[in-house]
Design a protein around this ligand. Structure first.
Ligand SMILES: Nc1nc2c(c(=O)[nH]1)N[C@H]1C(S)=C(S)[C@@H](COP(=O)(O)OP(=O)(O)OC[C@H]3O[C@@H](n4cnc5c(=O)[nH]c(N)nc54)[C@H](O)[C@@H]3O)O[C@H]1N2
Ligand SMILES: Nc1nc2c(c(=O)[nH]1)N[C@H]1C(S)=C(S)[C@@H](COP(=O)(O)OP(=O)(O)OC[C@H]3O[C@@H](n4cnc5c(=O)[nH]c(N)nc54)[C@H](O)[C@@H]3O)O[C@H]1N2
Ligand code: SF4
Ligand SMILES: [Mo]
Length: 741
């Protein structure tokens, strides 16, 4: 048979690159970048090619597994759902209507799968549980909380206008390797090169001289966790030097005076030593930001996964606002997504804003944020007896035993559960604890639309991918979640999920469209599942055809038709003030009380010296969090789970390049960590990647197990959080290190 060409968005990271995939006789023969793709223009990274390995991986689960006498055995779908029906409702009944006894935890791949993203909330609602945990609290909640408080919605996140900016400051992010986060920006390297070629400047602040720093005009080390001090000093400097220039935003901000007061003490001189950044450098950075016509500040994981994550994230966008760069071409701007974006719905210019703490974690008292509790609370909520104890857990695409601090404690807690179900494609460090594992399809057998990343993209677009390979005769992930929902609702495992979906869809449309619901149902006939939700979202979205009222507008059919021609380009980012705002004041809130109230904690912390040695993470282009180490194309090559140590620290600690060391924190320690001496590290800072440690019994990851590496999160502390967002502290944690043998 001749080869066929298929166009598919890569689901592996936030860059969402367009792929061109050749298939012959049902076998993938090549995966390349799609030059026509309106967003990524042909760019890809090595992980995309590994989609073939993922599809072919013999360890990837194709049938459900049920644990019998401590061992996982293959089961049919009927057996798997029957087992769940036998055990889950009984637990719900035993522990009362409150149903907190059943918790759900959801991980990173969910955000790349619109079936999971659209149907997971139904499951959580059906369970009625407040115990919802996700990888967001190991990641970006601080940024979402800061943006929510300032602009009124969790997904209203400013994005550098990379093609028009002349000066970009990148703090605690390494887009050259990560390919961008909370900023969908494929080929950052090419865009950075173009920025410099037109005379612009790229500046990086990072405790490591990163791959991104290597393509920048300037790099400054900064002590981990000290970003809040440096950013506050930059804000202070803008006021002190009278460099504040609101530009077009002048009528759309509130809280300027309170903001100015709040940072008075944070002068460059007061913070320089603790940041490891000279006061002159802080002044110069502030000057350049304020005096460059088109300039932007962008910060990510390094500034989020620390105890002052929300404050740091807030101050980043305060800087963008005060220098007139927010919502301005060449500064930071906002996407306008074609579907599912809350900041395109309702009446523009005013809203309810965001709030936190509607309920609290039972043991630690940590507040709910975005309806979730911190992942770092999960173990103690399982371990601690009494009313409200978690007895059962459903995980969806998450591997917290490796990805969340104090993984070994969590593993022990999972083992003690009465019942655990995992919707996951591997038997890995986390799912080995599950009583039932339900595997979804390979990404190549599933269709795709980016719900979240279109809201975070450097350019507006609408792209949809049909399945590349014929789906198998087994449930898709949205059907799996809907079946679990039905079981949780007491409808039984026999329920026809497609019929249930029709009923729920009709109810949703009635709520959303009232009188017009019947017309919407008629217009979407023949569609079902997430596809049908997507059609509604596109047609009722800001570019939509309004079900025929705007004949030139978008529908799923139109977006589908553009699949083989690179998708639909919806143009460069446009100013959106004030229509975008959803704050109660209808303004940009520069001084949210919750944030001002947290600044004294930062000031108090500034009075303490930095620890002698701290650890940070690191990402590698051939790795993706914890779950792609089993793919041969990515696993080959040099061993990547090494600890980077500055030569000065290595000499002091008597560490040799290539030798083994122990890294300790309290009673936790990692043994036999391979040392790599590197001048790229700031003195006093070591770096070890996360997501490794594939030597745990009961997992089925034959390639990963050959070079398991060490689990950074076995060292980290699950009691360390940003108190506002509940985000875990994953960087800048104090450790000690000794040479072994
Ligand atoms: N120390 C430290 N820890 C970190 C970080 C750090 O920088 N340092 N980073 C954090 C960040 S940013 C994140 S997002 C989290 C990620 O944390 P998690 O989301 O918990 O972890 P992942 O490693 O992404 O694991 C993904 C899981 O989904 C499964 N999976 C993969 N594809 C699919 C699919 O298509 N369907 C289903 N159902 N399952 C699938 C995999 O088998 C795996 O079990 O890790 C965090 N942990
Ligand atoms: N290849 C690859 N790509 C990925 C992933 C992956 O695992 N591998 N994971 C994906 C996920 S889930 C996410 S969330 C994104 C993350 O995307 P990025 O935010 O770009 O993530 P990192 O590469 O971890 O970059 C964080 C940087 O912060 C620095 N840093 C650490 N602590 C501090 C600090 O206290 N202050 C400052 N200023 N810097 C600090 C680190 O040295 C590092 O260079 O990447 C995504 N893309
Ligand atoms: S950068 Fe991300 S989206 Fe693009 S090909 Fe690589 S893994 Fe896929
Ligand atoms: Mo992440």
């Amino acid at each position: 048979m001749t080869a066929t060409t298929h166009y598919r968005i890569c689901p592996l990271c936030e860059a969402c690159c367009g792929l061109k995939i050749s298939v012959q006789d049902g076998v993938v023969i090549s995966i390349r970048g799609d030059e026509q793709d309106v967003l990524s223009k042909g760019y890809i990274c090595p992980k995309a090619v590994a989609l073939k390995d993922l599809h072919d991986d013999p360890d990837r689960l194709r049938t459900p597994l049920i644990k019998r006498d401590g061992k996982h055995v293959s089961a049919t779908w009927t057996q798997a759902f029957a087992e769940i029906e036998r055990r889950l409702p009984a637990l719900q009944a035993q522990h009362g209507r409150d149903a907190v006894a059943v918790a759900v935890a959801v991980g990173n791949p969910t955000v790349h799968k619109y079936g999971l993203l659209n149907y997971f909330p139904r499951l959580a609602r059906a369970l009625g549980t407040r115990n919802v945990f996700s990888a967001s609290s190991l990641d970006q909640v601080p940024k979402q909380l800061a943006c929510g408080l300032m602009f009124g919605h969790w997904m209203t996140v400013p994005l550098p206008d990379i093609e028009r900016t002349q000066w970009l400051l990148v703090i605690g992010a390494n887009p050259l390797v990560s390919n961008g986060s909370m900023w969908t920006v494929p080929d950052f390297k090419g865009k950075a090169k173009a920025l410099r070629a037109r005379g612009g400047h790229l500046v990086v602040l990072d405790p490591r001289y990163t791959e991104t720093a290597a393509v920048a005009d300037a790099h400054h080390f900064i002590r981990p966790g000290a970003d809040v001090f440096l950013l506050a000093a930059m804000v202070n400097t803008l006021f002190a030097k009278q460099w504040v220039r609101l530009g077009a935003l002048a009528n759309w901000v509130v809280g300027l005076d309170a903001l100015q007061q709040s940072v008075v003490a944070f002068t460059p001189d007061a913070v320089a030593e603790r940041c490891g950044v000279a006061a002159d450098t802080i002044m110069q950075l502030t000057h350049d930001l304020a005096h460059t016509e088109r300039a932007a500040v962008y910060a990510r994981i390094g500034t989020c996964t620390q105890t002052f994550g929300t404050l740091a994230s807030w101050l980043v966008d305060v800087l963008n606002v005060l220098t007139g760069h927010l919502d301005a071409p060449g500064g930071v701007m906002f996407a306008k997504a074609a579907a599912f974006a809350s900041n395109t719905q309702g009446t523009g210019g005013r809203g309810r804003g965001v709030s936190t703490g509607r309920h609290h974690a039972r043991v630690s008292g940590a507040p709910e944020v975005m309806g979730e509790l911190p992942m770092t609370c999960l173990a103690e909520e399982i371990e601690t007896g009494g009313a409200g104890q978690i007895r059962a857990l459903i995980t969806v695409a998450t591997n917290p035993v490796l990805s969340s601090p104090n993984g070994p404690r969590l593993a022990a807690a999972l083992q003690a559960l009465d019942f655990m179900v995992s919707v996951d494609i591997y038997l890995n460090e986390t799912t080995r604890h599950a009583d039932v594992i339900l595997p979804g399809l390979s990404p190549l057998q599933d269709d795709h639309f980016d719900v979240s990343f279109a809201q975070l993209s450097w350019r507006n677009h609408a792209r949809y991918s049909p399945p590349v390979l014929a789906p198998q005769e087994r449930p898709t992930e949205w059907q799996i979640l809907l079946k679990l929902t039905a079981i949780a609702q007491g409808l039984g495992a026999q329920v026809d999920v497609d019929a249930l979906d029709d009923v729920q869809f009709a109810q949703d449309m009635q709520r959303q469209f009232g009188d017009r619901a019947a017309a919407v149902l008629a217009a979407t006939q023949g569609l079902h599942g997430p596809q049908r939700l997507l059609d509604v979202a596109l047609r009722s979205g800001p570019y939509g055809d309004a079900f025929g009222q705007q004949p030139d507008g978008l529908s799923l059919a139109k977006v589908m038709a553009a699949n083989s021609s690179g998708g639909l380009d919806l143009g460069e980012l446009q100013p959106r003030m004030p229509e975008l705002l959803r704050t109660p004041s209808g303004k940009i809130e520069l001084a949210p009380p919750m944030l001002l109230a947290d600044l004294p904690r930062a000031w108090a912390d500034l009075q303490h010296p930095a620890p002698e040695l701290v650890i940070i993470g690191r990402r590698d282009v051939r790795s993706n969090n914890s779950w792609m180490h089993n793919l041969p194309t990515l696993a080959k090559g040099p061993f990547r789970c090494t600890v980077l140590v500055n030569p000065v620290d290595a000499a002091r600690l008597q560490l040799q390049h290539g030798s083994l060391a122990r890294i300790s924190r309290g009673s936790n320690s990692l043994d036999d960590v391979r040392v790599e001496i590197s001048a790229a590290m700031m003195p006093g800072v070591i770096s070890l990647p996360h997501g490794w440690g594939h030597d745990l019994p009961g997992a089925q990851l034959s390639v990963a197990a050959l070079r398991p590496g060490n689990n950074l999160n076995a060292l980290l502390d699950d009691s360390l959080r940003d108190p506002l967002s509940g985000n875990a502290v994953l960087n800048g944690v104090a450790v000690s290190m000794t040479a072994l043998g």
